[in-house]
Design a protein around this ligand. Structure first.
Ligand code: UFG
Length: 325
């Protein structure tokens, strides 16, 4: 299929492009490069530099490349920033996303894979998290993801579109061939910050909170390899062959890892210490978030290939070391 990957120069988008190519599809990237990197797009893959809501750019992309389906990964995704700038998050993640979907639907594109987040659940009543748990996001980022899911649900209900919303847990790791990895600036995520601290490229890591009701007092998360996330997008594309598809699916390994465990894993991967200090909790961090991904297995035949935190952290370590900064 010819697949428009909106946000295809970003961290997860650029891995999706590689997996689409490997599966024999033809990706076309549309990205404004405000957060993504042109060099993350493989040579030979068309890159259209445009705003995601640029109607003319979208229409001509659909026409010129005979687009069959779209992946939407062009969101702002920094939880702390969303608390400080909720209007900007709503404008980008909800209003512009809806404008883009309007244009694509009108141009005849009816199949969507949407990059959603476990942030739609907020603080879940139990773990592991299943898709039928209450959707009660606790920050503007999570609320915008939920609103965008609702937009797709409405289109599907009206028979205008089919979609799969993929609720990622903590995306981590880098491409197995070393061609691309996680490159955010500013960086807020645990694994790249811990690696940067170990390499002396970033300040010592601050562990946010040691008094959580978890086995070692630090927060637990479900780190899922970015190539596994990308594989789920490709599987979702096939699932969209079935008319009326309207699905929201968790993507995680189902294995919780604490901040202390991640630090230890980075230290093993690099063979050197991660300089760190202990600080207070970060506002809005739930104690433990991990997925029950059995619905993704049932609906897509997806299960993560990287189930071991050592392998996930190891791939991130190798990519960061291979870079000059
Ligand atoms: N952490 C630290 N120190 C740091 C950075 C993070 O201790 O310097 C801790 C956090 O408190 C958290 C864990 O490491 O317990 C992971 O934090 P990240 O910032 O890497 O990831 P989050 O779990 O906060 O965020 C992820 C996704 C978001 C998504 C969110 C849902 O990156 O897109 O899960 O809760 F919204």
């Amino acid at each position: 299929m010819n697949v428009l990957v909106v946000g295809g120069a970003g961290y997860i988008g650029s891995h999706c492009v590689r997996r689409l190519l490997a599966a024999g599809h033809r990706p076309v990237v549309l990205d404004d490069l405000s957060l993504g990197h042109a060099e993350s797009v493989p040579a030979g893959t068309p890159l259209i530099r445009a705003d995601m809501a640029d109607a003319e750019a979208l229409r001509s992309a659909v026409r010129e490349h005979r687009i069959d389906a779209a992946f939407h990964l062009a969101a702002l995704a920094d939880v702390g920033e969303s608390v400080r700038e909720p209007e900007r998050y709503r404008l980008h993640n909800v209003v512009k996303a809806a404008a883009m979907l309007d244009v694509l639907e009108a141009a005849g594109v009816r199949r969507f894979v949407f990059s959603s987040s476990c942030a739609v659940y907020g603080v879940p009543p139990r773990v592991p998290i299943t898709e039928d748990m209450p959707l009660m996001p606790v920050n503007p980022y999570g609320r915008t993801k939920l609103e965008a899911e609702r937009r797709l649900e409405i289109a599907a209900g009206a028979g205008r579109a089919s979609y799969v919303a993929l609720r990622y847990f903590n995306a981590a790791g880098a491409a197995s061939d070393g061609s691309t990895g996680e490159d955010h600036e500013p960086e807020t995520h645990l694994i790249p910050l811990a690696i940067g601290a170990a390499l002396g490229r970033r300040p010592p890591l601050t562990v946010f909170g040691t008094d959580y009701p978890t086995p070692d007092g630090t927060c637990q998360r479900d780190y899922v390899h970015v190539e596994d996330l990308a594989d789920a997008h490709v599987a979702a594309l096939t699932r969209l062959d079935r008319p009326g598809t309207a699905l929201a699916l968790n993507l995680g390994t189902g294995r919780p890892h604490s901040v202390r465990e991640v630090i230890a894993s980075v230290e093993r991967a690099g063979g050197r210490p991660v300089p760190h200090a202990f600080g207070p909790r970060r506002e809005g961090d739930p104690p433990a978030l991990y997925a029950d991904a059995s619905r993704a297995r049932a609906e897509l035949g997806w299960s993560p290939r990287f189930t071991d935190i050592e392998a996930i952290v190891g791939s991130a370590w190798r990519w960061h070391v291979s870079r000059s900064r």
